[in-house]
Design a binder for this molecule. Structure first.
Ligand code: SF4
Length: 90
């Protein structure tokens, strides 16, 4: 058993926060509270710990919006299966 994987239409992703970029605006936590929160240090972190190789969580529209709305591009999503960055693209 490798943990939870995408079971429906949503692909499983790993959320990564670049804490050197994060300015603690809280926008991501407000947009996708099921996936992101502000830690005691005032910076964003994934709600569920996601060490490399973890099963990840479903890519919801809220999570995708949080990545897009971050004012300093501190959020990235990686595919669980292949480790490729899927958002932001390019
Ligand atoms: S939206 Fe970006 S800058 Fe704001 S708390 Fe989230 S990761 Fe940090």
């Amino acid at each position: 058993m490798t943990g939870r994987e995408a079971s429906g239409a949503a692909p499983a992703v790993i959320v990564q926060v670049d804490r050197d970029r994060c300015i603690g605006s809280g926008m991501c936590a407000a947009t996708a509270p099921g996936s992101l929160a502000l830690g005691a240090d005032g910076l964003a972190r994934p709600v569920r710990e996601q060490p490399t190789g973890a099963a990840g969580e479903p890519l919801t529209s809220e999570l995708a919006d949080a990545v897009d709305f971050c004012p300093v591009e501190a959020l990235s999503l990686y595919g669980v299966r292949d480790g490729r960055r899927i958002d932001p693209t390019g």
